[in-house]
Structure formats: C-alpha cells, structure tokens
Design a protein around this ligand. Sequence first.
Ligand code: MLT
Length: 310
Amino acid sequence: MTMLPGRRAPLDPDRFGGSQPVPEPLLTTLADGRRIVVRQAGRGVPIVLLHGFPLDHTMWDGQWALVAAGGALDGSARLIAPDLAGFGGSDGPTASSIAGMADEVVAILDALGCHEPVVACGLSMGGYVVQHLAARHPDRLRGIVLVDTKLEADTPAARAGRVDLSERVGRWGARIAAEALVPRLLAPHLLAPGSGRSTLETRLRETILQTAVATIRTALAALGDRPDMTAAATGFVQPTLLVVGAEDGITPPECLERAAALIRHAELEIVAGCGHMTPMEDPTAFNARLASFLRERVVTAPPARPRGAP
Ligand code: MLT
C-alpha cells in the first residue's frame, strides 16, 4: 500500500468527532489494477464503512474517535473506510450495479488481506451495497449496520428523476448534482446560525464537485436499477442495527421501521435532530449507538453462520 497526501482538512474536531487525528489515507490496488483509497485505524473486529452517493470516505471523519486511544471501541474494532471505485480519490470505472459495488468491497477487503468476517456499515447508497453484501457474500459478514437507507427499489417517478438528473449532470457537470442533493441531505433545523450546517454543506458540496461526471452518471443508473431487497432481507442472519435521522427526508424513518419488521435480528435507532447524514450530523449519538450495538451483539459473539450452513 502507498501513503497518500491528505486531500482535505478533517472536519472541526471539536464539533465533529473528538480530538483524534484522522488516519492518513492509503492506496491499495485491486487485482484488476484499480487503485482504491482507504483509511483505516484500530485493532479488532473489522468494520467497513461505506459512503453514500456521490460522496466519499471522508463522510466518516467523525467515527475515528471510536477507535482512538480511550475511544469506545479502542482495542476491539478496526475501522476500514474506502472510496468506492470512481468516488473520492479511487480509480474508476465505477461499478454499473449495486451488486457490482458489493463484489468490489470484497475485492477491497481481499486486497487489504482482511479475510475474516466484517461488520458492514453503509449509509444510503452504502446501505444498498451492504444489503447486497449480505445477500451475495453472507460468509464475509458478522454484522450489518444500515444507516439512512431503505430496502425498497425506486418508484418509477424516482427512477425518472435520476434519468433527468443524469442528463443534466452530463450537460452541465457535477455542480448540478451538488445543487440538487446538498440542500436535501441535512436536517432542516440545522439552518440555525452556528448550527454547523454551513461547515457540513461546504464539505458535502466540495466532495460532490470533485466527483467525476462519469461516476455520478454510472452510479445514478445503478441506483435507479437496483432491485427491491425486502424479500432478501428476510434471510439476513447477522445481528443488525438500523439507524435513521428523525428528519431524514430522503429515506424517512418509516423506511427503516419497515426494515426492522422484516429483518430477524434487527434493532432500530431513530436519532433526533438528524437528516440523511446522521453520522456527520450527530457523530456523538451515532458513535454511542454503534459502539453499544457492537459491544453487546458483535464483538463478544462468534460470527453468525449463513442459513443452511452446517
Ligand atoms: C445516498 O445518499 O447515497 C443517496 O441518497 C442514495 C439514493 O439516492 O437512493
């Protein structure tokens, strides 16, 4: 692996995740030659953190506090936060389906020499990827964390909206995606002066503006084509945590309430005051919930066996 120069300053540590340093990004190379940016830190059960669309691993900057000295998971967990292919600093091309992104996560773990079962934690698009990991590679998972996401496929209207956005991004660039998405990502109450909204909005906008048009368009097509996972979710066997912001306008709490009723080993946390970016908007609440789930249901438990395994 190669060390990379940090591309952006971490978020204000006092507001967004304690005073721990964010680990340096590294480059790892997949078997097909694509170079993938990954940050990782900590020792113990591997937890892979999968970002939303069209973002990158820096949305998890507030989670490194968990594995820093004295953090809630210090010595019991290793956080691994990649940029999916084409996003952030990783080489493209971007996978043309969510299932392909899930296979890519397995390839990234293999490239890192991480062959033991992981906890997969994904936000929104990352959550769709986690669902496909659970369906396609259940032996690679020992826990599932779905954040601000849903099981259902797009409605025809949502799919048409993605086609329209993709065409406009193709014509005018990534700024169209930033204009369309950023105002919808955060809880409305964060409009208050000094609430941190402008810091988060600036960070999110910068990330989207750095994303290649081809990546945005390929991912929009993959998102629009993704299958309904409600039937598949009834077969998930791993301990599962569902987290959603109470003010999430993209995947509202009802989406995760439906998932909680379907997934056998699921527990649901609705985080007050957060929109679609719960780990960024309230890292303290998110980290506390993630840590208690991992301590109580994963770190001490042996990896779950897929259904039908001897
Ligand atoms: C995301 O945050 O990853 C997106 O909102 C996913 C989606 O558009 O379905």
